[in-house]
Design a protein around this ligand. Structure first.
Ligand SMILES: NC(=O)C1=CN([C@@H]2O[C@H](COP(=O)(O)OP(=O)(O)OC[C@H]3O[C@@H](n4cnc5c(N)ncnc54)[C@H](OP(=O)(O)O)[C@@H]3O)[C@@H](O)[C@H]2O)C=CC1
Ligand SMILES: Cc1cn([C@H]2C[C@H](O)[C@@H](COP(=O)(O)OP(=O)(O)O[C@H]3O[C@@H](C)C(=O)[C@@H](O)[C@H]3O)O2)c(=O)[nH]c1=O
Length: 289
């Protein structure tokens, strides 16, 4: 790659993640930056040596870490793997950022909370994860706090897009073959369109903000997974064809927080962005597909 020293170099890890693919879609709107997208095969964040070698090749100004172990169910069985990526991998990246004076933009999750609150979680609320994925993501956050000053940790929730594996795609896929869907109504949170999050991240990058710290970002409003499924089916014109049932005990390995709505107050005030309601953003996704 031909890097121009006056431009800023941005490393994006986990290029096959749904978030990185959404970043890729809009990168041309940010012509002042050179983006380097790396997959897990090209750069394994849990491999300290690989990270060091990668940073020796190019001087990165910004790193957007989209690489993560995100299988909430499997993490209960292979928690070592989850910690290897979500804690050790993040530590490796933070140390490389420190050494190279780069700013780290890292994505975390509503699953760091135990879900016992009944009002939106603020950045001041104490995390208390109840599953292995959430625990590993919290360890990653702690590594960053220990190592770096120049960081943005963005906690988000219920990410979906046309890419990768997510609840939105699962519902659309099931709706093609099943006449009835049974969806939990015992967990409340906020769906987040990964395109909106990608745009939010690149606005932080292009604004050159030094308001470093921890931020919550999701779409606005709240929903149960059942509400989300209903809206997905409505937006895709399939609601009348499917019998949509509510349940309070959908069987899973991992326990999930009952409530994970994130307060966006700090994000809106400090980073001055506007955020769409989750239903409006979901409809946008349908209209672009
Ligand atoms: N999905 C969601 O609902 C939510 C996600 N988040 C967070 O947002 C971020 C992006 O999530 P999302 O877009 O859904 O991610 P995905 O699950 O779509 O993708 C994760 C990516 O990380 C890559 N990866 C895994 N291990 C490594 C490794 N050791 N080195 C390099 N890359 C690796 C995977 O590569 P490969 O495919 O090759 O294994 C995969 O492409 C993550 O930090 C996640 O924790 C937060 C809240 C909600
Ligand atoms: C597929 C399906 C799931 N469910 C339930 C299971 C679970 O309680 C809930 C959500 O299911 P999923 O397993 O798709 O979602 P899950 O993997 O828990 O999603 C989470 O992913 C990680 C990465 C995050 O960071 C979180 O913010 C969140 O988005 O819906 C049903 O009730 N019926 C169904 O048909």
């Amino acid at each position: 790659m031909n890097y121009n020293s006056e431009r800023k170099n941005v490393l994006i890890t986990g290029s096959k993640s749904q978030l990185a693919q959404c970043l890729f879609d809009i990168k041309d709107q940010y012509p002042d930056f050179d983006f380097d997208f790396t997959s897990s095969e090209e750069l394994d964040i849990s491999n300290t040596k690989e990270i060091e070698d990668y940073f020796d090749k190019v001087s990165y100004d910004i790193v957007i870490n989209c690489a993560a172990y995100t299988n909430v169910e499997l993490a209960e069985k292979e928690s070592k793997k989850a910690f290897m990526v979500n804690a050790i991998g993040v530590k490796n990246i933070a140390e490389a950022c420190k050494k190279n004076d780069a700013t780290l933009i890292h994505i975390s999750t509503d699953y760091v909370f135990d879900g016992k609150k009944e009002t939106p979680y603020t950045e001041e609320d104490l995390p208390n994860p109840i599953n292995e994925y959430g625990k590993s993501k919290l360890e990653g956050e702690k590594e960053i706090l220990k190592i770096l000053d120049k960081y943005f940790i963005i906690r988000t929730s219920w990410l979906y897009s046309k890419y990768g594996h997510n609840f939105f795609k699962t519902i659309l896929r099931k709706s093609r073959t099943e006449k009835q869907l049974t969806i939990t109504a015992s967990e409340t949170g906020t769906p987040t369109n990964a395109h909106d999050l990608a745009k939010f991240i690149l606005e932080i990058v292009s604004s050159n903000s030094s308001d470093y710290g921890l931020y919550h970002y999701s779409n606005l409003g709240e929903a149960t997974w059942h509400d989300f499924a209903e809206e997905i089916l409505r937006a895709s014109g399939k609601l009348s064809e499917i019998k949509l049932e509510k349940t309070d005990n959908y069987p899973t390995f991992a326990v999930r927080p009952k409530y994970g709505v994130l307060s966006k107050e700090k994000t809106i005030k400090v980073l001055k962005n506007t955020i769409l309601h989750w239903k409006d953003s979901l409809r946008n996704l349908h209209s672009i597909n």
